[in-house]
Write a protein that binds this ligand. Structure first.
Ligand SMILES: Cc1ncc(C[n+]2csc(CCOP(=O)(O)OP(=O)(O)O)c2C)c(N)n1
Ligand SMILES: [Mg+2]
Length: 720
């Protein structure tokens, strides 16, 4: 049905133009440079023919994506008005923008690239056949996911960080008048992600921070079948006091160009944000499978077709004397033929064939570059042993010294030094351009990190508590982690996210401050998850994390056990045995730390708070029961130190997993599965926390794994 509609629109364009007689040109219909008009029309026609090709490829079983640009093609003007040095995050109806921008990049072939993407060919230069995305490093178009509005926090982050490298005196490719371009649909404006990002933008601009961001709202009045209430977008955008407003009718190319030029100039000159409300009509269903006749009347569809921007632009340019109708017909025919020929070629191009090929952009392996990076000269370590918090603080201070592009930010991290004092003194060390408080919004904190990372800064954002990651999780899962995947590693967003978390806090309780579930982080492909237990672990792991971010361009998450931040003792009060000296090196990739014993009866495999509990239990096993237990601190929870686990299991013959996360979905499941998969003959058991949230007060002990449970289960295992 959509294909027929597209064909009908093209027939109409051709018949109207073939009957058009231009006696006296009307230059007012295109008061802009004629070559621009010609270029824009060619890009719009290309976008339209690509829509047709998308449906034809779908019909032949070769294509996999039919969300079209039809009706939105006036957005072409942004491709001409912005440059590849203006980072762009585009709505999925932006073929014309990509095509037009590609004119600025010699050698690019946007139609071919888009077609390769439609057939999911491994030769698609953007995603390598992993998704249909607009993008391209040379074009300055950062691919975005299908999650509507999820690109806005990154866009705001980019705008806020665009000038930071220059401000820090670092080499900066970005011209001084660069801006960020971001577009989205009208229904997407209502998403809380968009609302949050626009709120953060206002918060920053209110404080006179520069944020040259142009947000284009392509308002076709529909979100699939749901109507946007009349006047709502105007009202909604008017409620953004810090953002200049522009608007245009998207079926009038000359008007759209004029408004867009003003908006772009506003952002370039004032370094402040603008929003452009681009009204338009969706000419087809939402996507191939959506029959819009079920919710749109024939009259409404006819009205939409009466606002076809391609036909309107062709008529205006012809009437203005920029192009003869005959020339437009030739252009259309020529472009149509080229696109069809290119589509026929694209059908035959190779696809991703193996799981390894699919995952190659996110595969995690030991990387010599990382090791070399982490090994580089380190500054003189402190002489006294440190707590975990002191260790992290020291490692962060070292990072600020070593990486001039490193930024530390989050709620309360600056003057206060974080809720637990972990970032104390860092503001004084590096200044407010590098260590700063953000607004209270985890989504914006991660968005800022994403934008900073795209600008080759090294963001080290802090999330105040693990429980408060969850409302912002998509920025890690959907944005940060997928970036390499959807761009074949061409785009990435290296960062080290620090999150205070896990249970056992004495005197400060409740689930939200003692969140002990890591499942949500462990299952994100390509993310590295680290948990330090002592100061020396923290220093080594942070060095490795930063090297992974810098040299292997990875997203690394470090969950810091709050309950161990200030712990000094291990076995007895005053023994100071949990303090640790500053180590020299970095943590080897996916390797645990072994607390060995000679001839172990069993190995306790654990991490975080479990390390301390296990070491205490091990001492009692030895003293009270004559059993020797080694303790393996995993340190890497994604990927798991598989070799170490298997080696220690083989050595001891018995494995007790001590897992402070929950019984269901917890880390223990993965460790036991790993041992079973590998055919380990070792006897296996686990102790975990309960399938519960953590309550306030002493009742917390009822659901958290305890030393007594470890002891009991270890004795049971040793009897097997
Ligand atoms: C977070 C999220 N929820 C739901 C969807 C499914 N979805 C895809 S597009 C869309 C409608 C978007 O409408 P609008 O923003 O107006 O853009 P348009 O398609 O009209 O251009 C929906 C609900 C999604 N992609 N992301
Ligand atoms: Mg819409």
């Amino acid at each position: 049905m959509s294909l027929e509609r597209l064909q009908r629109l093209n027939r109409r364009l051709r018949s109207v133009l073939s009957e058009l007689a231009v006696d006296v040109p009307e230059p007012d219909r295109w008061p802009h440079p004629p070559e621009l008009g010609r270029a824009f029309l060619a890009s719009m026609l290309t976008a339209r023919h690509l829509d047709t090709a998308a449906f034809e490829l779908r019909a032949s079983g070769d294509g996999h994506y039919t969300i079209c640009s039809a009706g939105h093609e006036a957005n072409v003007v942004f491709g001409g008005l912005t440059r590849p040095s203006d980072p762009a995050l585009l709505h999925y109806r932006s073929a014309a923008v990509q095509i037009e921008r590609a004119r600025q990049v010699p050698g690019s072939d946007p139609a071919r690239d888009i077609l390769l993407s439609l057939v999911a060919s491994s030769e698609d230069p953007v995603s390598g056949g992993r998704h249909k995305v607009f993008g391209g490093k040379a074009l300055g178009i950062i691919p975005k996911t299908s999650t509507i509005a999820s690109h806005l926090p990154r866009a705001v982050g980019l705008a806020l960080m665009l000038e930071r490298r220059r401000r820090l005196g670092l080499a900066c490719d970005s011209p001084e008048d660069a801006i960020v371009l971001c577009s989205l649909g009208d229904a997407s404006v209502n998403h809380s992600t968009a609302a949050g990002a626009l709120g953060a933008l206002g918060w920053a601009v209110h404080q006179r921070l520069t944020a040259p961001l142009l947000v284009v709202v392509e308002d076709n009045g529909l979100g699939i079948s749901v109507r946007t209430p009349s006047g709502w977008i105007e009202q909604r955008l008017a409620a953004l006091p810090h953002v200049a407003r522009f608007q245009a009718a998207g079926w009038e190319l000359a008007e759209t160009y004029a408004a867009a030029r003003q908006a772009v100039e506003h952002c370039r000159k004032t370094r402040r944000p603008a929003v452009l409300h681009l009204r338009c009509f969706r000419l087809l269903g939402h996507a191939g499978s959506d029959a819009d006749t079920g919710y749109r009347s024939p009259a409404e569809i006819e009205r939409a077709e009466g606002h076809d921007p391609v036909l309107a632009a062709a008529l205006d340019l012809a009437r203005a004397g920029v192009l003869h109708p005959e020339e437009i017909l030739e252009l259309d025919e020529h472009i149509g033929k080229d696109v069809r020929a290119e589509a026929a070629r694209a059908r035959l191009r190779p696809k991703l064939r193996t799981a390894a090929e699919v995952a190659s952009a996110i595969a995690l392996e030991p990387d010599r570059r990382v090791e070399q990076h982490a090994e580089r000269a380190l500054r003189h370590p402190p002489s006294t042993p440190m707590t975990l918090a002191q260790g992290i603080n020291w490692a962060l201070s070292e990072a600020l010294e070593r990486y001039p592009e490193a930024l530390i930010f989050g709620e309360d991290v600056a003057k206060k030094g974080g809720v637990y004092g972990v970032t104390k003194g860092l503001l004084a060390q590096a200044g407010p351009a590098r260590v700063f408080n953000t607004l209270l919004d985890e989504q914006s904190i991660l968005g800022l990190a994403l934008g900073a990372a795209n600008l080759d800064l090294l963001p080290i954002p802090e999330i105040q508590y693990l429980a408060y990651l969850h409302n912002a999780e998509d920025q890690l899962r959907g944005e940060a982690a997928t970036m390499r995947f959807f761009s074949r590693g061409a785009y990435d967003n290296p960062m080290v996210v620090r999150i205070a978390g896990l249970g056992y806090q004495k005197g400060f309780g409740g689930h939200f401050h003692n969140d002990n579930s890591l499942a949500v982080l462990r299952d994100i492909p390509g993310i590295v998850l680290l948990v330090p237990a002592r100061a020396d672990d923290a220093v080594e792991l942070l060095r490795t994390a930063l090297a992974l971010a810098r040299a292997a361009r990875r997203v690394v998450v470090i969950v810091e056990p709050i309950a161990l931040y200030h712990t000094r003792d291990l076995y007895a009060e005053g023994d100071g045995a949990w303090l640790a000296a500053c180590p020299k090196g970095a943590a080897p990739f996916a390797k645990g730390r072994l607390y060995p014993v000679d001839d172990p009866n069993l190995v306790l495999v654990t991490f975080g708070n479990g390390v301390r509990l296990s070491r205490r239990a091990a001492l009692r096993l030895e003293r009270e029961h004559g059993l020797s237990a080694s303790v393996l601190d995993l340190r890497f929870l994604a990927p798991l130190p598989a070799e170490d686990i298997l080696a220690q299991a083989a050595r001891a013959g018995r494995v007790l997993v001590v897992d402070e996360t929950r019984r269901s979905g917890g880390v223990s499941e993965a460790i036991l599965a790993l041992l079973v998969d590998a055919g380990s003959p070792a006897k296996l058991a686990r102790v975990t926390s309960a399938d519960s949230f953590i309550p306030l007060g002493e009742a917390a002990e009822q659901v958290l794994v305890s030393e007594a449970q470890i002891l009991e289960r270890a004795l049971w295992l040793c009897r097997q």
